[in-house]
Ligand binder design. Structure first.
Ligand SMILES: [Zn+2]
Length: 132
């Protein structure tokens, strides 16, 4: 079962591109089958104000292409396994960071895993998530 850090992100999830949701539920299925683990979503859709507050440079969260998952309760083996398996499995739909030029679905951050799909799936930005 996918858990949510807060109710707002659960509601906003419905505004994301369906491919990022497919990946999310596939990751839950994979981790549940292999590690008996339940994911916690910590961030979904954002707007430019939220991104500014968080110092986010990438537009992936405000264009419906990204989701963040808690990683502090995952062990290193799970993270390495998930990242290598999913980065390969979803390379055709993954975002391509300018820095590396290599399709990368999952980016490991200090306290979360950032999942991102390609720019071609970009949705129009919303002015404010509080209007949704
Ligand atoms: Zn993120």
């Amino acid at each position: 079962m996918v858990k949510f850090k807060n109710e707002i992100d659960k509601k906003l999830m419905l505004h994301l591109h369906p491919l990022i949701l497919m990946v999310l539920f596939d990751a839950q299925f994979y981790l549940s089958e292999n590690y008996n683990y339940n994911l916690t979503v910590t961030a979904t859709l954002s707007d430019s104000e939220v991104d500014k507050e968080l110092g986010r440079e990438s537009t992936t969260h405000r264009t419906g292409r990204a989701i963040d998952l808690r990683s502090r309760d995952m062990n290193e083996e799970m993270i390495i396994d998930l990242v290598s398996f999913f980065n390969d499995k979803y390379k055709e739909i993954a975002a391509v960071p300018n820095r590396s030029g290599i399709p990368t679905l999952i980016i490991v951050e200090s306290d979360h895993l950032h999942f991102q799909i390609n720019k071609r799936y970009e949705l129009p930005e919303v002015n404010s998530i509080s209007d949704l």
